[in-house]
Design a protein around this ligand. Structure first.
Ligand SMILES: Nc1ncnc2c1ncn2[C@@H]1O[C@H](COP(=O)(O)OP(=O)(O)OP(=O)(O)O)[C@@H](O)[C@H]1O
Ligand SMILES: [Mg+2]
Length: 240
């Protein structure tokens, strides 16, 4: 059996009185790219935030090879090898692109030669970032900001990279380019958990998919099966 990089069982959580997650079960295996599909307000962002320790889990477990992450701080989760590229990218706009990327490596020893190699790898993966390394991140286009946010995630040397809304507000060429980058990152050995509102793009990139509906997983399977499931085609792809 393949090794699970992430195994979530019975996860519940939300914001104080407002419960959003109602017992989520989800796994990401080593080498996999998995996408999470669901309509607005289904709880996709909340799930990523709960994994990251930004929103408290009230019940259930989030297991990686570093143990159960439920109840851990965002820093401990990052240290356990789980990086989160948040919705809206959240760069430091008045800091340079290079410094934003290096922020991703803040928990690693700064004199670690591997950090320098990873920075070079990100710059090679995204030549636009290399050209703009000294520019303030706030001057980047939306697509370049997403490259920078993904690059920052890579700089933590994660085992699992979680991305909330890859394509939101971006031009189609930028989305294609970022999708190819994710495939490369994934083939390089980093598992990926992807939230992507364009369901066809998500299913095209990911090996497997989960459907989240009002805080519950209602369907999961290989992307090809999910793409052909009548309920998915009606509700999320807009064809009947
Ligand atoms: N900070 C918050 N405080 C209270 N409720 C919140 C908060 N953030 C989100 N919610 C609620 O939690 C539910 C799930 O929201 P969430 O953002 O996780 O959904 P989503 O699936 O990511 O949606 P979208 O596709 O719009 O990004 C929604 O009902 C939302 O109103
Ligand atoms: Mg969201």
């Amino acid at each position: 059996m393949a090794e699970n990089i992430l195994e979530i069982s019975g996860l519940q959580g939300g914001y104080g009185e407002i419960q959003v997650l109602w017992g989520v079960d989800l796994a990401v295996e080593a080498g996999e790219m998995v996408c999470l599909i669901g309509s607005n307000g289904a709880g996709k962002t909340t799930l990523l935030k709960t994994i990251s320790g930004l929103v408290p889990a009230t019940s259930g477990s989030i297991v990686t090879d570093a143990g159960n992450l439920a109840g851990k701080s965002p820093e401990e989760v990052l240290r356990a090898g789980v990086a989160h590229v948040p919705e809206g990218r959240r760069l430091f706009r008045t800091m340079s692109v290079r410094d934003n990327l290096m922020m991703g490596a803040y928990l690693r020893p700064q004199n670690d030669p591997q950090v320098k190699r990873d920075l070079e790898r990100v710059m090679t993966m995204f030549p636009r970032l290399a050209e703009r390394a000294r520019q303030d991140a706030g001057t980047l286009s939306g697509g370049e900001q997403q490259m920078c946010a993904i690059g920052r995630g890579i700089m933590s040397d994660p085992k699992l990279l979680m991305i909330d809304e890859l394509s939101l507000g971006l031009a189609p060429q930028a989305v294609d380019m970022l999708g190819e980058a994710l495939v490369d990152i994934n083939r390089g050995g980093v598992a990926i958990l992807l939230i992507e509102q364009d369901v066809m793009t998500a299913l095209d990139l990911a090996h497997r998919a989960y459907i989240l509906d009002r805080g519950r997983i209602t369907l999961s399977g290989p992307s090809s099966e999910i793409a052909n499931a009548p309920a998915v085609r009606e509700a999320y792809i807009g064809v009947t």
